[in-house]
Design a protein around this ligand. Structure first.
Ligand code: IVH
Length: 687
């Protein structure tokens, strides 16, 4: 029999290349998943066959990676920049002179706007990936790069690659992934990434490679380094690299004259707007490697290549008004409202002004003609005012508001922060609504049947004021309609009258019942997520989890002195202080008490020991079961003092085997003399 694991790995590498590099899949996603499932199963059964370059390893792992710094074999240089045709012309003439009038070709490529990466391959296997770092030493990000689908882990067999080489390129976050990521962050009121480059960089430096896998990065390669390159020309080498398995852009042309180069610049200045990834210019490279060597390098960059940067798109338009938005945390953001103007292919009418300092620096007046720019940034920026166009009708100077535009409270500015905040967190409507939205969000209480729009509606109707109201909602039939009310049911004849204590609303039964079911189910959400859902400032998912595991209950957490809070992993002065401030407010303490009375989990659920019959025993659970679920069996094993392990060894006490247990596992168990128990035998053993 052929080696199925090796066969599946080779096949999956090939399909991966077809899909991510060539854009020509040969099989459906479903067929791909089936092959992947099979490989995953086989690898689980054969841990001795682990390979970091297996296609299964692309999902990433939660092992935190501390990046080790490694020296580059060849330093990673940057390129000289040019911003106009005259500069390009001068470079071209310098090259002609340097080559003593020889004919030469220039390879024109796009300049990808991500972060540069250097990949090392040995015997067709990815062995190391380094960031640029300071050009001399970079961070080893191999584990994260493995999670980028278009980076080949293993090269196409017999495609002619050198035994050892480095290939350099750019890691990018495609616009589509970037937009999705920012939309998710916006929904969670997390800080947005300014552009795909920052997002790609933040992702590649993530300590959890699963994050990289989820965010769908891409990588384009554009520079090969090796002692035995396949040809003596840059472009032909990259085309070979494409056959080996790399994603090499097809937007490359050989230019034989300056006119050819200008035509490439003109074309892509416009056409780049429809590319899936961000570009910020064009790179021009002398194509013949011998000529590159002749031209050589300055201290910082090659003489044989140069970057031409596209102009950031900029437009002039009128500032009509500045409005101020209040977020969940109370942060107030100024937004410029402008006469709509076309910029980089989209109509723009709003731009962020960030904070009071920026407004002051710009010396903005209503009615000003302002320059709006969209460089790599997705959110347009006001970069300047055309003061020469100011006339007699100049409007008033823009001042940052002193009072909250939503509730009128006097704004505060915390030491060291640029933002202004509305401190009225108990009554300011967007803060109240924002907290409810955060509470129901997926990573918190996960009441997804209740979206932000519904929260808004319920809030406006007076049904929801804070998160405890969720657990008081009731659905009642009356007079042929369904009514949603808060608190004790009150005859819906009251609806419409100003009874804010027991508001009622006519609703559709099916949709509302679903919402109520979602709310009811949230009572079993574990404590660590409840803690995150409370929205305590600076307490993110990870801090909430660590605090919950350490203190085990809200009662213990509330009483904890500062020093004990700070002793928790990942909790520093800021988080600890914020937790104490939160509980020091009586209204928060009351809210937590009410939630507890409503049945929300306020402590870590202890799994109770039921016996000791499996004390100290390692058990493998495998197959499909009929009397209990696999998870239930695993829980039972722990409750009776045993330990769940995933792979067989001579230390395994026994296997709990259901239907369809893999034959190889059975074989191995027999060889090691490990007992195989059925469900019934196992249950008997517990008693
Ligand atoms: S070639 C020795 N080609 O631009 C030449 N660079 O300032 C090595 N870049 O650090 C670079 N697209 O990160 C090259 N098609 C391309 C590029 C490119 C983007 C980046 C690269 C480099 C920077 C130059």
């Amino acid at each position: 029999m052929t080696d199925r694991i090796a066969q599946l790995r080779a096949e999956l590498h090939r399909h991966n290349y077809n899909y991510y590099v060539l854009n020509q899949p040969e099989i459906s996603d479903k067929e791909f998943d089936t092959l992947m499932d099979e490989l995953q199963r086989l690898e689980a059964q054969h841990p001795e066959r682990f390979d970091p370059n297996s296609p299964t390893q692309r999902v990433g792992s939660d092992l935190t990676t501390d990046f080790v710094q490694v020296s580059h074999e060849y330093p990673m240089l940057s390129l000289g920049n040019t911003y106009n045709r005259e500069d390009v012309h001068e470079w071209y003439e310098r090259v002609r002179l340097g080559l003593n009038g020889q004919d030469f070709e220039v390879c024109c490529e796009l300049k990808y706007d991500g972060l540069s990466i250097s990949l090392l391959y040995e015997e067709g296997q990815l062995v190391r990936a380094l960031t640029r770092g300071d050009g001399v030493r970079g961070d080893d990000v191999t584990a994260n790069v493995r999670a980028i689908s278009s980076v080949p882990l293993v090269l196409t067999p017999d495609s002619g690659y050198p035994a050892r080489f480095e290939i350099r390129g750019e890691v990018l976050m495609p616009w589509q992934s970037f937009d999705r990521l920012n939309a998710e962050r916006e929904a969670r009121e997390e800080q947005l990434f300014a552009n795909p480059r920052n997002a790609a960089s933040g992702t590649l430096k993530s300590k959890d490679s699963r994050v990289v896998a989820q965010r769908h990065l891409d990588a384009y390669l554009y520079y090969l380094l090796s002692d035995n390159l396949p040809t003596s020309e840059h472009l032909a080498n990259l085309q070979a690299a494409r056959r080996w398995g790399f994603k090499v852009s097809t937007a490359m042309r050989l230019a034989h004259s300056l006119e050819d180069i200008y035509a490439f610049l003109d074309h892509w200045d416009e056409a780049r707007n429809s590319l899936p990834v961000a570009t910020d210019g064009v790179v021009l490279k002398v194509n013949a490697l011998a000529q590159q060597a002749l031209l050589g390098y300055t201290a910082k960059s090659p003489r044989w290549a140069i970057a031409y940067k596209f102009q950031a798109e900029r437009a002039l338009t009128r500032l009509d008004a500045v409005t101020f938005q209040v977020g969940r945390t109370g942060a107030v953001t100024p937004v410029a409202n402008m006469e709509p103007v076309l910029l980089a292919g989209t109509m723009v009418k709003r731009a962020s002004l960030h904070n009071a300092d920026i407004i002051r620096q710009l010396d903005l007046h209503i009615g000003d003609q302002v320059y709006v720019e969209k460089a790599g940034e997705i959110i347009p920026q006001i970069v300047g005012v055309e003061t020469t166009m100011r006339g007699a009708d100049l409007g008033e100077r823009v001042e940052f508001v002193r009072q909250c535009p939503e509730c009128g409270a006097a704004l505060v500015r915390y030491e060291g922060e640029a933002a202004h905040y509305c401190p009225n967190d108990t009554a300011c409507p967007p803060q109240l609504k924002g907290r409810i939205e955060h509470f129901i969000s997926r990573d918190a209480m996960n009441i997804m049947s209740l979206g932000p729009e519904v929260v808004d509606k319920f809030f406006e109707q007076g049904l929801l004021h804070d998160v405890t109201d969720l657990y008081r909602l009731k659905l009642t039939a009356w007079d042929g309609s369904w009514w949603l009310s808060r608190g004790d049911f009150v005859a819906p004849t009251l609806f419409g009258e100003a009874d804010r204590k027991t508001p009622t609303m006519s609703v559709s039964q099916r949709a509302t019942q679903k919402i109520l079911d979602g709310i009811a189910a949230s009572r079993s959400v574990p404590f660590e997520r409840v803690l995150f859902a409370l929205g305590i400032r600076f307490v993110g998912k990870v801090a909430a989890k660590n605090l919950a595991r350490h203190f085990k209950s809200i009662t213990a957490l509330r009483r904890a002195p500062l020093a004990e809070l700070q002793a928790v992993e990942g909790v520093g002065e800021v988080i600890a202080g914020s937790v104490q401030t939160y509980f020091s407010k009586p209204e928060n303490a009351a809210l937590v008490d009410t939630l507890a009375q409503c049945g929300v989990q306020m402590a870590v659920e202890e799994t109770h020991a039921l016996g000791t019959s499996l004390a100290g025993q390692s058990v493998v659970v495998s197959g499909v079961f009929s009397l209990h679920s696999r998870e239930e069996y695993k829980q039972m094993i722990e409750q009776y003092g045993g330990k769940n392990v995933s792979s067989l060894s001579k230390n395994t006490a026994f296997i709990l085997a259901g239907e369809n247990m893999g034959p190889s596992k059975l074989e191995k168990a027999e060889k090691l003399g490990i007992p195989v128990l059925t469900e019934a035998e196992f249950l008997e053993r517990l008693n």
